[in-house]
Each structure stands twice: as C-alpha cells, then as structure tokens.
Design a protein around this ligand. Structure first.
Ligand SMILES: *Cc1c(COP(=O)(O)O)cnc(C)c1O
Length: 456
C-alpha cells in the first residue's frame, strides 16, 4: 500500500483495468468528501436504501474502487458478484459505447433487434445440458425469479413453490416471500404471496454433516407430507446459497432433489444469480454437482454491471406461456445486451473460469491457514472465487455476528471492501472481481488476517 500526503487528482480518473492497482489511503475511511455526500444522501435518498460502506465511488477497475477523496480500496465484493470481468472492462466499454451511438431502446417486444437473440443463443449454449433451450431476458435477478415461477406454473398448471432455509431470491413481493431471512429483507413488508413453502437445506456445518442424499430425502419427505407433489409447480434453489451464508450443500443433495422433481412433474429451477458466470470455477455452479436444471435464473455476472437478467431452460417449458405473457419495457435492453455479449466474450476469451478456480485455490490456501490458527473460524467454504469464512465464539461454537461486524468494519477502515452474509450474520464472503491481480488479492487477505488477529 502507498501513503500519499495530499490528494493529487483534481480530475476524475478513468476506470477500467488501467487504474493503478494499489491500496491507497489518503484520508480516513470514509473521507471528508464521502462524508459530505453521505449527509446529502440522508436528505435525498430513502433511509430504506442502506449502504454497506459509505465511500462514494468515482472510478473502478481491475481490483480497486477509487473514492471521491482519492482513496483506492481493494474490492473483494464485485458489487455483489456482478463485475466478474471487472469494472469498465474494455470489451464492455467498447460494445456499449458503440451501441449507444446506434440506438438505445426500442422495446424488444415492439421492434426487436438481433443482440437479444445472440444473448439468448449464448445462454442456451453455456448453461448446463445439451437439450433444446429457450431464453427470456429481464432486468433484475428478482424479476428473473418471478418469471421462472410464472413459467413453471403455466407449464405444470400447478401453483405451489418450494424454497429452502437460508434462501435468498430477491426483494419483490413474491421473491421476498421466497427469501428466508426476516431482517432486513422482509420485516414489516408483508403480506407475502401465498403458496410458497420452505424445506430444510443441507448445511453441513450446522446439520451435523448430514449426508447429502439423506438431507435431500428429509426435505422431500417434508415436501410430500406438507404440500404434495401434485400441487407443486417448482422447486427453486441456489446451488451455493449466497446471502444465506455461502452454504454449499453436501454432495448428492442437489442431484437427489433434481431426480425427485423429474419423477414428479415439478420444475427444478436453479437460481444461479450469484453463482453464475465463471464465479465458482465453472461457468455455472450446477456443473460442480453434474445437475441439469429445467430452468436457470441468471443476472449479476451477466453483463459487466449493466442491468440484465435471464431465464434459460427447457424449450417445452419456456415455450409454454402465450405470446405477451412474458416481457417488460426494458427487458433485454440493447445496451445491456451489447454489454452481455462483450462480457460473455471476456469470460471465454480470457479464460475466466480457470481464473476463478485459481483465485479459489489462492483464497482457500490463505483462508485455510488463517482457520488452522484461529478456532473462531469454524469453516472455510465455497468454490472458486466465491468463498467465505463462518465466524463463531470459539468457546461455545455459537455464531459470532458481533465479531463479524467488527472484522468487516476494520477491513473497511483499512481499505478493503468486504461483505458479510449468513442467516446468523456471522459469515464473511469473498467475491473478488476475476480481474483482480494476485498481489492485490493477497494484500486484501493479509489485511483480513491482521484485522482478525487484532479483534481478539
Ligand atoms: C442477488 C440475488 C437475487 C436478486 O437479484 P436482484 O438483481 O438484486 O433482484 C436473487 N437470487 C440470488 C441468489 C441473488 O444472489
């Protein structure tokens, strides 16, 4: 890290990978300009829109964010797993700029354009399974989930939806009801949509290491007894749970659920909104377990930061809704489609699946060494560039949300952007952009180690 005496930039730096890849603290975090902006925010923006770390960004790229006070922070969050290709990735910037000069919006369902088809073709090709597929594009992850449920209901002519403990599927009314955690996502925002049921998840650290097949059979028994397969349109699950705590179900859990869905005319939906697009060391996390979902929801990593989401899956299911039943004004916006094509090209041409796996090995080594020396780290888990540590009270093994909060706050103060998660608020997740240089990632992890050592 470099220490600079006085802010030197009077002009805003350009983002992208050419931004100096360094941790640089010029002021305390947040600095005076960020603090002033944050005071304005409180007067102008709904208090319901919370902020994890009030540093106001002026540029970002590679593995750093630069704030209004010219601090350069190490980014271990990727804007919640969005900027896998990095901020202002060169191909994305070029493609979006070119599209801006052509046209910005027609509404695909009014007057279509080819980039939407091209994105659909790419998703049909990249998602698990070589069966015939179709795709529909939307704006946000929650909107993709909502539409996957609509499609599954239309196809099966059934209504019930099964989601899991610790699940996160979004903040719209239906997806909020499918999300497990009350605070901050649901409290006071009900009533929730009917016909949403919850089943037990496989959570090896907290279910006594229950075998994956056994855990799935337990869930299936509950589903059959409490709902009945004849009423269930869809089972939806994150192959690795995101907000719920980066929970990796035990091997066999997902495959057993898929098998049951197949046998019972229930649509199996993988919510790969956080796990998708190279993040876990495969293009999609379902591949780690060899499962082929009927439908797959994607968003976050899809378009280098532009808002886009998709539902991709079996052609017979996806073609079930009548024309006009799916869509929206902005879904598959031409700028977002241009960004998605450039983003997908970047994942493939720059071998970012392999890069995510390498980042996973690097993080696994560092975090594993920390855990070996620190009984407060109950587990290091995740896959690829989606890793987490779960923090507990070493004496009781109880979740330690207070320690987690202190570590995250101290990391922020030291110039490392970190995100928490977990039903019990005791998980720190690591989601670096795949464009981060190794040295910077290692520096970020060393900061976490130092912070943990200090927070005893
Ligand atoms: C973020 C997320 C969503 C919601 O996506 P939004 O774009 O925020 O609506 C849904 N599912 C999972 C697994 C997510 O991580």
């Amino acid at each position: 890290m470099t220490l600079v005496e006085t802010p030197t930039t009077s002009t805003v730096p350009l983002g992208g990978p050419s931004l100096p890849q360094e941790r640089r603290l010029v002021t305390s975090i947040p600095g005076p300009k960020s603090q002033a902006l944050h005071a304005r925010k409180a007067q102008a923006v709904s208090a319901g829109v919370g902020v994890t770390l009030p540093v106001y960004v002026v540029a970002a790229g590679g593995g750093v964010l630069v704030d209004a006070d010219d601090n350069s922070l190490i980014d271990l969050g990727s804007g919640i797993a969005v900027t896998g290709v990095g901020n202002s990735a060169p191909r994305v910037v070029e493609a979006v700029a070119a599209q801006l000069g052509q046209f910005t919006h027609t509404c695909f369902t009014v007057a279509p354009y080819d980039s939407y088809i091209e994105v659909a073709e790419a998703l049909n090709r990249l998602t698990p399974g070589d069966h015939e597929k179709r795709t529909a594009l939307f704006n946000s992850g929650a909107e993709a989930v909502e539409n996957a449920i609509k499609i599954a209901r239309h196809f099966t002519r059934k209504q019930a939806v099964v989601a899991f403990d610790h699940a996160y599927h979004g903040r719209t009314n239906l997806t909020m009801g499918m999300t497990a955690k009350n605070q901050p996502y649901k409290n006071g925002f009900g009533p929730f949509a009917p016909e949403v049921y919850r089943a037990p998840m496989s959570y090896p650290l907290r279910d006594g290491g229950l075998d994956g097949v056994v855990a799935a059979r337990r869930a299936i028994l509950q589903i059959e007894k409490q709902i009945g397969a004849e009423n269930i349109a869809a089972v939806i699950i994150e192959p690795i749970q995101g907000e719920g705590g980066f929970i990796v179900p035990a091997p066999g859990y997902l495959a057993t659920l898929v098998e049951w869905c197949r046998a019972n005319n229930v649509v199996f939906i993988a919510d790969e909104i956080q796990t998708g697009f190279a993040r876990t060391g495969h293009m999609f996390a379902s591949e780690h377990e060899g499962i082929v979902p009927d439908l797959i929801c994607t968003a976050k990593g899809i378009a280098g930061g532009l808002p886009l989401s998709a539902v991709t899956g079996r052609a017979d299911i996806m073609d079930s809704p009548h024309a006009g039943g799916l869509g929206g004004t902005y879904g598959g916006n031409p700028l977002a489609c241009a960004a998605a094509l450039a983003t997908i090209e970047t994942y493939e041409a720059d071998h970012l699946v392999e890069r995510a796996a390498a980042i996973g090995r690097l993080m696994g080594d560092h975090l594993g060494a920390l855990a070996a020396a620190d009984p407060r780290i109950a587990e290091v888990r995740g896959r690829g560039a989606m890793m987490a540590i779960e923090l507990v009270d070493a004496a009781t093994n109880e979740p330690d949300a207070a320690l987690t909060g202190r570590v995250i706050a101290a990391a922020h103060a030291a110039g490392v952007i970190l995100l928490g998660c977990g039903t019990y608020g005791n998980v720190i997740r690591f989601l670096p952009p795949l464009s981060i240089p190794d040295e910077l990632l290692i520096e970020g992890l060393q900061v976490i180690g130092d912070v943990l050592a200090r927070e005893s």
